[in-house]
Design a binder for this molecule. Structure first.
Ligand code: F0G
Length: 438
């Protein structure tokens, strides 16, 4: 069976050709997903094939996304694929972070090692491949920063024109800098992420652009490979928990789909529980899971958090994410600005580092372990979604005690490491270091 698009809504499940330009189901407005028949190979054959490709110098095989192409078979040929060798991200053990979280052990799957420094690259190589296949000339996205950085890079590499819509004054500098450097037409809109997304969905048809937000089902296909690569790195041992930050909830949807499909193909024997962590000031999904009526999400009109990547009040993929979290036996937690900031510094002290949104994972783990939801000896993987250098301003402010939460509260540098200004004097410097080493 060739790939198709299917409506995610159980009561609809309408099917469409994979080459139609659709973002929502034309029949019921539901979210869309890519669906496939079974691959020709058995689970064992697939595992052997994917492992063998690690020895290859072929560009597709060197990609941590396209190496697994049998798991995301939406293209009919691979000639148009543009790869920057995305994926291939490490699984890093972090003793100090485990201790901080209350766990015996913890591994980080660090998506910040991607070519543009975030997990968006896994999905973007797929979204851009689909844009090329459809004959698109222009692609666009609304972004809290990382999607735009990633889209700018992949679109330019593919010879497409990139148009980026970002909330003015509300994205980290590292990300804005990337969009400019990679040559995207960058529009800073005076509105928040949710408002701009609504605007751009209206504009998409009118000005002939292909939307590469995570509502695009092909981006979700690429992000599935984060879970696949993690399982392969663990020799297919299934962790008890995968912990990830939640913003627009595309990643939650992708991880859940990947885990279900891996189980259905016999690649793994059981599902992993998903723990989605939101920032307290932007936690509509957290509220949804506690609401008596889960049939609609109450958007947060003015989301607030210094973790700008997840400053989203009306996440589009919530119906998929709800299904994935509940079917995996998962949970949703929320954490404060102080908790995110401290957890981030602890991840830094492991020599690993990440951007603020990513650190919500460790802050969430600490809360879930303290509450008894997560056992101290559980086998846990937390996904760090973005690189430490995405938001250097936040880092400097935290360590120098000048970071303020959006409501004006001072963030305490509980794990702070402020630089010291010293005179050009070896004696005084030696004395200072002697004192601090004692
Ligand atoms: N972490 C980082 C670093 C992100 O950039 C994002 C989302 C998330 C987590 C949340 O992932 O939306 O799949 O739940 N950033 C998007 C952007 C919205 O525009 O770059 P999600």
């Amino acid at each position: 069976m060739p790939a198709e698009l299917a409506c995610f809504e159980k009561r609809c499940r309408a099917r469409f050709a994979v080459t139609e330009v659709l973002y929502n189901c034309p029949k019921c407005g539901g979210l869309l997903e890519a669906v496939y028949g079974k691959p020709a190979q058995s689970a064992e054959e697939l595992k052997a094939l994917w492992r063998a490709r690690r020895m290859s110098n072929g560009p597709l095989d060197q990609s941590g996304v396209w190496r697994y192409r049998e798991f995301i078979p939406f293209l009919s040929d691979y000639r148009g694929v543009v790869t920057l060798r995305e994926g291939n991200t490490p699984l890093l053990e972090a003793r100090r972070a485990a201790g901080y979280g209350g766990l015996d052990g913890l591994a980080f799957k660090h998506q910040g090692f991607n070519p543009t420094g975030s997990f968006k690259d896994n999905g973007m190589t797929c979204g851009v491949a689909q844009a090329l296949r459809l004959g698109m000339k222009r692609v666009a996205c609304v972004s809290t920063g990382n999607t735009s950085a990633s889209m700018a890079a992949y679109a330019s590499a593919a010879g497409l024109q990139a148009v980026i819509f970002i909330p003015h004054g509300n994205i980290a500098y590292g990300k804005l800098a990337q969009a400019l450097e990679y040559g995207a037409r960058t529009l800073q809109v005076e509105a928040n992420f949710d408002q701009i997304l609504a605007l751009v969905r209206q504009l998409a048809e009118r000005i002939g652009i292909y939307l590469l937000n995570s509502i695009n089902p092909f981006r979700i296909e690429g992000q599935k490979t984060i879970m696949l690569e993690m399982m392969e790195q663990r020799d297919w041992r299934v962790p008890d928990w995968v912990v990830l930050p939640g913003g627009n909830l595309g990643n939650t949807s992708a991880f859940g789909k990947a885990l279900r499909e891996m189980r259905d193909l016999g690649l793994i024997g059981r599902l992993t529980r998903l723990a989605v962590i939101q920032a307290e000031g932007a936690a509509p999904f957290y509220e949804l899971l506690r609401a008596p009526d889960r049939s609609r999400l109450n958007a947060v009109e003015h989301p607030q958090t210094l973790a700008t990547a997840i400053k989203i009040g009306d996440p589009v993929s919530w119906p998929k994410a709800l299904c994935e979290v509940t079917s995996s036996g998962g949970v949703v937690e929320k954490v404060t600005e102080q908790e995110i900031a401290d957890a981030k510094a602890v991840i830094g002290q492991c020599g690993i580092g990440c951007e603020p949104a990513s650190a919500a994972t460790l802050a969430g783990i600490r809360k879930l372990v303290a509450a008894g939801t997560m056992a101290h000896d559980a086998d846990v993987v937390a996904v760090l979604t973005g690189n430490v250098l995405k938001d250097p301003d936040y880092i400097y402010r935290y360590h120098t005690g000048t970071l303020q939460a959006p409501n004006g509260t001072q963030i305490m540098p509980n794990y702070g490491n402020a630089p010291t200004v010293v005179p050009n004097d070896p004696g005084r410097i030696a004395a200072l270091l002697d004192n601090t080493l004692k």
